[in-house]
Design a protein around this ligand. Structure first.
Ligand SMILES: *Cc1c(COP(=O)(O)O)cnc(C)c1O
Length: 384
């Protein structure tokens, strides 16, 4: 399937090249007959924006091409996408397996919310396919994985995980926000659903919060029906921004990945840096798999500094180019002392208990020139 759009796939009103923003809650009918024709599926008209909107549809079509999926569905945020997938696939006593190193709030939903509804949540410590073998026998409803994982960018053997899921009759759901579909397409490696926080690389400019799920038509249609009930839709203005972001996704992510690889290599040789987590480096435990699955290695670099976590604070304060801000995937570089940014409520010890090293700096590379970012990092590290 090509991810480039054919001319006949552009179906915009009044031959507009860009999708118009249908800023409307509802759609009108000419007559009762017209309404009846709509309900008997004789027309492709729209009804009410909670059930669908042409701007959203345009963005979903483009995303489905990018993911190599039959269909995609947008959500109000990445978390809305994740939680909706959980709600649709799980039930009391059903088992979900979710690795220890996942997006913090995904794990929080599993442990804090799903358990309240009687879902059995199992968390293997390692982000590897092998760790699944340690789980109790019996059917599992959902195998969830974040590939690459956050923040140490582990990349498990996806085919092995897909096989395990099939043997356990589980749906295999992969959140590949950190790679984006420009670099990695989970559906091509046996995943049933690919989840994205479109807030990150897809939106790409830190000006929209959005999420998406992609997969086979039947699952996406079921999610769409559920979404009409849960109400977690994306507004048409935001859908427009997602569609626009998708047009330059590949260019941005390739450029960002080129810069990130060079920065990671620069950091490796640097005194004061004790460890660099970047899948493009030979030293990363999953480098071979990253080469196999991904067309480039992405824009996140996590690194640890010699000594205590105060050095991480000093560095993020000293750097002049990247902004100190949560999130990643925008045009501006962003940096954070990860534990302080993402785990403030449970503190350094709480984060360490979840396997996140204190003092880990997460750097999201933007579109600035490599030399500028390198010199800034070099200066910052020298001052420590
Ligand atoms: C940001 C993020 C999410 C949540 O997305 P929001 O759009 O912020 O709700 C989920 N998964 C991963 C991997 C993320 O990075």
């Amino acid at each position: 399937m090509s991810k480039n759009m054919r001319r006949d796939e552009r179906k915009q009103t009044k031959k507009s090249l860009a999708p118009p923003i249908f800023q409307t809650a509802t759609f009108t009918f000419d007559s009762s007959d017209d309404l009846e024709a709509f309900h008997s599926s004789e027309t492709d008209a729209f009804f009410y924006t909670r059930y669908g909107n042409p701007t959203n549809e345009a963005a979903e079509r483009r995303l489905a091409l990018q993911e190599g999926a039959e269909a995609s569905l947008l959500y109000a945020s990445g978390m809305a996408a994740v939680s909706s997938v959980f709600l649709s696939l799980l039930a009391p006593n059903a088992r979900i397996v979710i690795p220890q190193e996942s997006y913090r709030h995904t794990r929080d939903i599993a442990e804090g919310l799903l358990t309240r509804y009687g879902v059995r949540v199992e968390i293997p410590v390692e982000n590897t396919a092998e760790s699944l073998e340690t789980l109790p026998e019996g059917p599992v409803r959902v195998l969830f994985a974040e590939i690459p994982s956050n923040p140490t960018l582990r990349i498990p053997d996806i085919e092995k995980m897909a096989e395990w899921a099939q043997n356990r009759r589980a749906r295999f759901v992969v959140d590949s926000t950190i790679a984006s579909p420009a670099l990695f397409r989970p559906l091509e490696h046996g995943a049933d659903l690919a989840v994205q926080s479109a807030t990150k690389y897809i939106g790409g400019h830190n000006d929209v919060v959005a999420g998406a799920v992609s997969g086979n038509l039947d699952i996406i249609e079921a999610l769409r029906e559920q979404q009409a009930l849960l109400g977690s839709i994306l507004g048409p203005q935001e859908a427009f921004l997602v569609e626009r972001g998708l047009k330059t996704l590949e260019l941005r992510v390739r450029r960002i990945s080129d810069t990130a690889l060079k920065l990671a290599e620069f950091l490796v040789g640097h005194s004061g840096v004790s460890r660099v987590h970047y899948p493009g480096l030979e030293s990363h435990p999953d480098h071979r798999r990253a080469q196999k699955y991904m067309s480039a290695f992405g824009g996140i670099i996590s690194f640890e500094l010699d000594g205590n976590h105060e050095k991480a604070d000093e560095l993020v304060n000293t750097l002049q180019i990247p902004v100190l801000a949560p999130g990643f995937g925008g045009t501006e570089s962003q940096v954070e002392h990860h534990v302080k940014m993402a785990y403030a409520d449970i503190g350094i010890e709480g984060a360490e208990n979840r396997g996140v090293p204190a003092g880990l700096v997460r750097y999201s590379v933007g579109l600035e020139d490599f030399e500028v970012l390198r010199d800034d990092l070099g200066e910052g590290l020298k001052k420590l």
